[in-house]
Write a protein that binds this ligand. Structure first.
Ligand SMILES: NC(=O)c1ccc[n+]([C@@H]2O[C@H](COP(=O)([O-])OP(=O)(O)OC[C@H]3O[C@@H](n4cnc5c(N)ncnc54)[C@H](OP(=O)(O)O)[C@@H]3O)[C@@H](O)[C@H]2O)c1
Ligand SMILES: *[C@@H]1O[C@H](CO)[C@@H](O)[C@H](O)[C@H]1NC(C)=O
Ligand SMILES: *[C@@H]1O[C@H](CO)[C@@H](O)[C@H](O)[C@H]1NC(C)=O
Ligand SMILES: *[C@@H]1O[C@H](CO)[C@@H](O)[C@H](O)[C@H]1NC(C)=O
Length: 319
């Protein structure tokens, strides 16, 4: 065999070594971030960023769990969502359980620029240390092709305003004083779908790609000014959004999720939130690679899979 074979063999060995090192690095990072209690930053570190935390979409699912967990760690909470009676009830619950101060702001994030004046006014006099951009909507009940969704124009407007505009505007409201105090944390709740296009959830996945990209870029801009930005990309958490999923063992309780996800603050700027979600994410990427989802068979197979894992619904709910 000629020297060209030796060269090829050396190249192959180098490539294999690279893949191995990358896998080992990934596993090492996962262990460091999720499984090593002593490296965690703790509540005093969190409180040092400011007395108040702001959570959008704070009356249900992941947002509600974050609000309670942040209060448990000693922060006062501003809750923002649409329904005033739910807001007041949740605020009372936080005051009762955790003995912190609360404030509620009613806002519908499917609205445009006009809703942010009231939000800004509501936050004016507060020292906001933590912002959790959590609110987000799927809008559609089930996975579907774009034109099979009800009221497409409204849907696109809702998803873009609620998932994209809210994150950018809320950050713009809170960031200036964080930068001037040289202290602050912005947590953007994204989704495992933020990494690649997803047929049948096209607008949702694209909105989350914005969240991830924007967060990483702004995070780089303000890291040296003392502002920490983290993107949390969960897979499946118990909430209104996942109420149709049939196999409940796949779905993680939001209280456990928020607790574990907050433990990763300061350790990583991009996370699935916790170990079990990271494993689900890795498995999904392996079993449903992007090239397949985007192939001509992808949407058909995804529709079948979706049917298999969701509960049967009355037909009028299916777009
Ligand atoms: N659940 C999951 O498995 C999962 C997975 C990946 C990513 N995520 C992301 O995690 C975030 C939270 O999801 P979730 O599952 O916890 O959602 P959820 O259960 O639907 O939570 C909704 C919360 O947001 C509020 N809300 C909904 N629409 C609103 C609007 N237009 N304006 C203002 N508030 C609104 C709701 O209160 P009102 O109804 O009173 O307004 C409620 O407090 C989202 O960004 C989602 O994309 C979730
Ligand atoms: C707000 O939530 C309460 C309690 O869940 C519910 O009874 C009420 O209908 C809701 N209001 C609106 C405007 O959706
Ligand atoms: C996420 O975090 C960055 C950093 O502050 C912020 O500017 C951005 O608006 C947030 N939202 C999105 C969609 O990235
Ligand atoms: C779940 O979402 C649906 C549709 O957006 C809404 O009508 C319903 O009130 C929500 N349920 C809860 C418990 O928030």
């Amino acid at each position: 065999m000629g020297p060209e074979w030796d060269a090829l063999r050396a190249l192959g060995a180098a490539a294999a070594l690279c893949l191995l090192l990358r896998a080992a690095w990934g596993a090492g990072c996962a262990v460091y971030v999720h499984l090593l209690p002593p490296v965690r930053r703790g509540a005093p570190w969190l409180r040092a960023h400011g007395a108040w935390a702001v959570v959008t979409g704070a009356t249900g699912g992941i947002g509600r769990a974050y609000a309670h967990e942040l209060a448990r760690r000693g922060l006062n909470i501003v809750l923002i969502s649409r329904n005033l009676s739910k807001l007041e009830q949740e605020a009372k619950e936080i005051e009762r359980l955790h003995g912190r101060l609360t404030r509620v702001i009613q806002a519908d994030f499917t609205g445009g620029l006009e809703i942010y004046e009231a939000v800004k006014a509501g936050l004016e006099d507060l020292e906001v240390g933590v912002l959790v951009n959590n609110v987000g909507t799927l809008y559609q009940k089930a996975m579907a092709r774009l034109l099979d969704c009800e009221d497409v124009a409204k849907r696109l407007s809702d998803v873009i305003n609620c998932n994209i505009m809210s994150v950018a505007q809320m950050t713009a409201i809170v960031l200036p004083r964080m930068v001037s105090r040289r202290k602050g944390i912005v947590i953007n709740i994204s989704s495992f779908l933020d990494q690649k296009p997803c047929p049948l959830l096209s607008a949702y996945a694209a909105s989350k790609a914005f969240v991830r990209s924007f967060s990483q870029a702004v995070g780089a801009e303000y890291r040296s000014r003392g502002v920490l930005v983290q993107t949390v990309s969960p897979v499946m958490i118990e909430s209104n959004m996942t109420s149709e999923v049939k196999y409940r063992t796949l779905v993680l309780n939001p209280v456990d999720f928020a607790r574990q996800a907050l433990d990763t603050l300061g350790l990583t700027s991009q996370t699935s939130g916790c170990f079990s979600q990271a494993v689900q994410d890795a498995l999904l990427a392996l079993l449903l690679p992007s090239w397949f989802c985007l192939s001509r068979w992808g949407p058909k197979v995804l529709l079948l899979l979706n049917k298999a894992v969701t509960k049967a619904q009355p037909s009028h709910n299916r777009p």
